[in-house]
Design a protein around this ligand. Structure first.
Ligand SMILES: [Zn+2]
Ligand SMILES: [Zn+2]
Length: 399
């Protein structure tokens, strides 16, 4: 998932930039390192393993050796050109690893810490962060994502002298990365580090959508459209919230069957007819909450159509830039419907990521079941093709 989303906001500089230090003057002594990384080049849409240069961490930054990176639909959006991420870039936004170096001024994490990478590195000082909405951090939204850079407006990546961009400040399809310190969230040492990569996007987005964005109460009826990596996390979030019914909707029967393992009580084959009618036959009063984890105009409109009185539709999957959905406003008013946007599960990374790790180790969250395959970094393009075909949930790239 991403906060790029074709926002009309230009790359104006957010607050907290006065703390930035020129990377050249940040006391760097090491010349940087060469690492293998997956580079997406928008000039020919290529996705290739390249030996790229990674500069050392500057002030407030850390270097992380990647244990595993998850392949997410947002990476597909980039490859297909559906989002305008600054390119060429080093791909990936879900990952875990071990901190190998810290820049000046970093007190956490420390070298040796196990971390999950967050694709929002909250500045902690902007209006959104101070109001407790770190997933809407203004520095992340106006500098990092639209610029393809770190907080100081520059990149640590280059290839043959050409600057490469970071992707969402993470770029996890690489052996090592440099990220802002707040993007590297320390986790327990007893958690399996490769598997924990999924916590950084799929779990944070899906479970966060239920617990944070929508705050689904016990007993509510829930519909989840799309049962991929994020959708299944919405399903298990709804189970943990105590939903009374959880209806899984997908065009692939194998995915709705899989959703039962995560807590779904009912299945709807969206390819077999009108899914809105099918849901209404299961839930005659309509749903209290419908989560669209697909992000197509049509599924968003279907989500609104499935709502009961006072119901809430939550847009979790992200459409291509510029897509426009329609609904009947009179029904929204009369029935007091709500449509909520959800960016990154409305998480507070430093609080929610360790919590999700605890929930996995307590047996509440299923994560191993989401991992369809492990592939070497060099097979990133194949992993993206697998995801597009719908044959896999999550592939972990293991450098
Ligand atoms: Zn993602
Ligand atoms: Zn902020």
């Amino acid at each position: 998932m991403s906060s790029i989303r074709g926002r009309a906001v230009g790359p104006r500089r957010g607050p907290a930039l006065e703390t930035m230090t020129d990377p050249v003057e940040a006391g760097r002594t090491e010349p940087g390192t060469t690492v293998q990384a997956i580079v997406f080049d928008d000039r020919d849409s290529s996705v290739e393993l390249r030996a790229v240069h990674l500069a050392p961490p500057g002030a407030g930054e850390v270097r992380v050796r990647i244990a595993a990176a998850g392949v997410c639909h947002s990476d597909l959006h980039v490859r297909r050109g559906e989002w305008t991420a600054p390119a060429p870039l080093v791909m990936g936004h879900e990952g875990s690893g071990v901190v190998t170096a810290v820049g000046p001024g970093v007190d956490s994490p420390a070298v040796g810490d196990h971390v999950v990478l967050s694709w929002v590195a909250p500045c902690g000082r902007c209006r959104s962060c101070l109001a407790g909405r770190q997933a809407q951090c203004q520095v992340a939204a106006t500098v990092v994502a639209p610029g393809g850079v770190l907080w100081d407006g520059t990149s640590r990546w280059s290839l043959d002298g050409e600057t490469l961009h970071h992707y969402l400040g993470v770029s996890s399809f690489a052996e090592e990365v440099v990220v802002m310190a707040s993007a590297a969230v320390p986790i327990r040492r007893d958690a399996p580090l490769e598997t924990m990569a999924l916590v950084g996007c799929a779990v944070a987005t899906g479970v966060g959508a239920v617990m944070n964005t929508a705050a689904v109460p016990a007993g509510a009826t829930v519909v989840v459209i799309g049962c991929g990596g994020v959708g299944l996390n919405v399903v298990q979030g709804a189970r943990l919230a105590g939903a009374s019914r959880i209806v899984a909707v997908d065009v692939l029967a194998a995915k709705t069957t899989e959703a039962r393992r995560f807590g779904a009580t009912d299945e709807v084959d969206a390819g077999a007819g009108d899914p809105v009618a099918a849901v209404r036959s299961l839930l005659p009063d309509g749903a209290d909450f419908v989560f669209d984890a697909i992000g197509k105009t049509r599924t968003i409109e279907q989500a609104v159509g499935m709502l009961g009185l006072g119901g809430t539709a939550v847009i979790v999957g992200l459409p291509p830039s510029g897509a426009v959905a329609s609904f009947e406003p009179l029904l929204l008013a009369e029935n007091e419907l709500r449509i909520l946007g959800c960016n990154y599960g409305s998480v507070t990374p430093a609080v929610d990521i360790p919590k999700f790790v605890d929930m996995y180790l307590d047996g509440e969250l299923l994560l191993d079941e989401l991992i369809s395959a492990r592939r070497p970094l060099s097979e990133a393009a194949d992993a993206l093709t697998d995801l597009q075909s719908g044959t896999v949930l999550r592939t972990l790239l293991v450098p």
